[in-house]
Design a protein around this ligand. Structure first.
Ligand code: KMH
Ligand code: ZN
Length: 304
């Protein structure tokens, strides 16, 4: 029997971490392109991308900034491009969709519910900030809602799914989000095979705990039967343990500096590729094979 292939997604920069937290967080278009290309060379089949203001590293939704790195990545790799529609909890929905509507990628993230998204505890006492916006942004998440209403989700499905042929990384931060996804599946607005990202360890969502992963998969099996694939991202230090567990349960994995700045306890990852190599080594040690971008396209029925 052919070996099962595991899809590695790498989330390159995100909008959670800030430049003062790690000198290795890519922020300029050059840095984002270079780290994305290296992550693909290391084995990432899917690159999940956000942009940042090149001047100060603040999360940006500006399509012009995305267009400074997307063509370089597309030219240098055949990785699946996945553009965030989550942006950050402080951006409007129109802003969050602008880059994806311009670039019309094969894949976009789609966040399956409104929630608190607390990153303010990342501001540790005594931290030295390079930019005033960093502590201000973290503090603002204390009073913000990450808004993804039923209407917002339907809007994204219509504009990007129907309009551009984009398929989705369905980001499910709790069990209830699986039922929301099932609602859209039953209405025929989303089609299998679904690619469900179990997002674990965000303050406001389900905890990064093995029991929760087992439960999420159990409910997804019940709701979607064989018509879905799952991947796991765990924020912070549970990133590698839960990714490993996901792969041994038949799933796929997401790593990257968007989700965790570290390689191990007290050791900053010096690049996204370093995390990709780490999970790849673990998977290969378990006799699991890594999916190429084209194999991921077949498994997830992407437009290519
Ligand atoms: N930052 C992650 C926890 C998105 O970009 O749409 C979730 C995420 C959301 O990747
Ligand atoms: Zn993201």
């Amino acid at each position: 029997m052919a070996a099962r292939k595991v899809i590695i997604t790498c989330a390159i920069t995100g909008s959670v971490h800030t430049p003062s937290m790690s000198p290795y967080l890519p922020v300029t278009p050059d840095e984002i392109a270079q780290q994305a290309i290296e992550a693909a060379e290391a084995g990432a089949a899917i690159l999940h991308l956000h942009a940042r203001n090149p001047e100060n590293g603040r999360p940006s939704a500006d399509p012009a900034v995305f267009l400074q790195f997307l063509p370089r990545i597309r030219q240098a790799t055949d990785a699946v491009i996945n553009i965030s529609t989550g942006g950050s909890s402080l951006m409007s929905l129109d802003d969050r969709l602008a880059a994806a509507l311009t670039a019309r990628p094969e894949m976009c993230s789609l966040n399956m519910g409104s929630m608190n998204f607390g990153i303010y505890p990342l501001a540790k006492p005594g931290m030295e900030w390079q930019h005033e916006w960093e502590p201000q942004l973290l503090e603002a998440t204390r009073g913000a809602i990450f808004k993804n209403t039923f209407a917002d989700i339907e809007d994204i499905l219509k504009r990007l799914g129907e309009g551009c042929g984009t398929r989705f990384e369905f980001e499910c931060y709790d069990v209830g989000h699986l039922y929301t996804l099932k609602h859209f599946y039953d209405r025929g607005l989303v089609k299998g095979p679904l690619f469900i990202q179990f997002v674990m360890g965000i303050l406001g969502g389900i905890g990064a705990d093995p029991d929760n992963l087992i439960h999420m998969k159990h409910i997804a099996d019940k709701l979607f039967g064989g018509d879905y694939r799952f991947s796991v991202l765990a924020a912070g230090r549970q990133q590698m343990p839960l990714a490993t567990m996901a792969a041994t349960m038949g799933g796929h994995v997401r790593v990257g500096l968007e989700d965790n700045l570290y390689l191990g306890r007290g050791e900053l990852a010096t690049s996204n590729a370093e995390q990709v190599r780490r999970i790849r080594n673990i998977l290969e040690a378990l006799s699991l094979e890594i999916a190429t971008p084209d194999e991921a396209r077949v498994m997830l029925e992407l437009k290519g």
